[in-house]
Write a protein that binds this ligand. Sequence first.
Ligand code: TYD
Length: 135
Amino acid sequence: MSLVKTFNFQLIPDPTGLLSVYETGKGVDFEIKRVYCLSRLEANSTRGYHAHKALRQVAVCLSGSCRFVLDDGKVRESVVLDSPGVGLQIESFIWREMHDFSDNCVLMVLASELYSESDYIRSYEDFLKEVGNAS
Ligand code: TYD
């Protein structure tokens, strides 16, 4: 089964512009408790490099494009996000990295929990231990 799970959000096009709707129950199967965005990203920068214990997330590229790498400790998969109409589901205990930000990239993340540093696993070695795949 693929680690990359995407789904479509409601898009309401209009001659004046595009309206995109992000709502619990419409693709997002958790109550959205927090929304955060990455913007003004430096060329060639990378982000992420962590997993979460409980947090579930959906990432949406509102503008431009970027590439996500998802890793469950066994398999590593990559997907390019480039549409405000596409959500990438990121489950708990999935290592994620973000690469290849376009210069106008705005990445929005819908989150199932409030911010908690203790929910992060920031070392790949610790992550492999947590998912039972350390060598
Ligand atoms: P982090 O989640 O590591 O960012 P990314 O995955 O984009 O690389 O967060 C970067 C910093 O911001 C870190 O010090 C934690 C802080 N932060 C908050 O205070 N609140 C939040 O909701 C988020 C997402 C991060």
